[in-house]
Design a protein around this ligand. Structure first.
Ligand SMILES: [Zn+2]
Length: 170
């Protein structure tokens, strides 16, 4: 399935950001000071760049405890994290969007069914009460609804949140 155009654009923008981030890292030189996660302090502290490999920061020295350790670029941590976050969000957005789509449709159906109905004439819902198709009911929890199907001791009622199966008397 092709990705939506909008999403593709978003991913490209993210890539651009990564690229520019890498560039800014590459302008650093040994002796520069930067914030990094200290493996000893276990917090973000000021570090002095000790060594660079191919223009990338390789080793840093913590200015707080003085320990020297490999530099883990935030980029290396952030990128997979961002991807991990972004991808499920993409997948999750589809069912959520589908849900959002159906709810207003039910709402429209319900609103159309309610149009011109006298809410004061609504019958209070009672699970032992007898109802017939097309009857206006008022449920203590779900509010106003229209009986759409009655089958034995069950009936389907179109409520503001969508159709619901309710018990009824025979
Ligand atoms: Zn430290």
């Amino acid at each position: 399935m092709p990705r939506p155009q909008k999403l593709r654009g978003l991913l490209f923008r993210k890539d651009d950001k990564e690229r520019s981030y890498t560039m800014s890292i590459r302008t650093k030189t040994a002796g520069d000071i930067l914030d990094a996660q200290c493996t000893k302090c276990r917090v973000l502290t000021n570090h002095t760049i000790v060594a660079l490999v191919e223009g990338r920061i390789a080793r840093v020295k913590c200015n707080t405890c003085g320990s020297e350790h490999n530099y883990h670029a935030p980029k290396e941590v952030k990128v997979p994290a961002a991807k991990r976050v972004a991808e499920p969000r993409v997948r999750a957005s589809s069912p959520a969007a589908a849900k959002k789509d159906t709810t207003p449709r039910y709402r429209e159906q319900w609103e159309a069914a309610m149009e011109g109905k006298d809410s004061s004439a609504a019958k209070e819902y009672d699970m032992d009460g007898r109802f017939k198709k097309g009857e206006l009911i008022r449920h203590s929890l779900f509010g106003m609804g229209i009986v759409t199907i009655v089958t034995g001791t069950k009936m389907e009622v179109l409520l503001a949140d969508g159709p619901k199966l309710l018990r009824c008397g025979k």
